[in-house]
Design a protein around this ligand. Sequence first.
Ligand code: SAM
Length: 179
Amino acid sequence: MSERLDVLRLGYRKGRDPRITTHLALVSRALGADGFLLAGDEDQEMFDNLNSVSERFGGNLDTEHVSGLGHLKKHVDGGGVAVHLTMYGEPFRKAIPKIRRDKPVLIVVGGAKVPGDVYKFCQYNVAVGNQPHSEVAALALFMDAWFGESGSERTFSDARLVIEGINGGKLVHDIDDED
Ligand code: SAM
């Protein structure tokens, strides 16, 4: 049984970041995170939307509003592993084999401005290429490398809607209708 993995999004601004932050949470869920933690503004509506995705497509993504640095420090002080995604970090394919998997893992993604303490509190500062791009792209590539195929090929046993991937059209099984 693998240890828990959560994604922490720092510096959320409700007026500006809902779409990209929802995408971060959807990538977290689809690729195998247990929880999505939001620091900054609170946004219950976003959490409700995410819970509705899990109700339809299965799985369970815990959602929680936390204090950013406070939560990070508590996680590390409690023995957890913290991985900060930043373009200034060590290349991710080089870093991943060194990261412990026997402790709960917190993946930290930044917002508009990342406080310097984040770099110090996290044991790993990891880059997905040393160019500025997107937190969604960085998270997806990191999680794909972390979990391998078991991340992106994941299925959710309690799903109501199951998509059968095909080359043309859309094939969606509604389990309720097939009983
Ligand atoms: N200007 C911000 C700062 O103070 O660092 C960063 C803004 S960037 C759009 C938002 C987040 O995307 C970053 O905090 C980081 O988590 C992620 N990100 C962007 N490029 C990345 C890269 N090349 N590797 C890893 N993460 C990256």
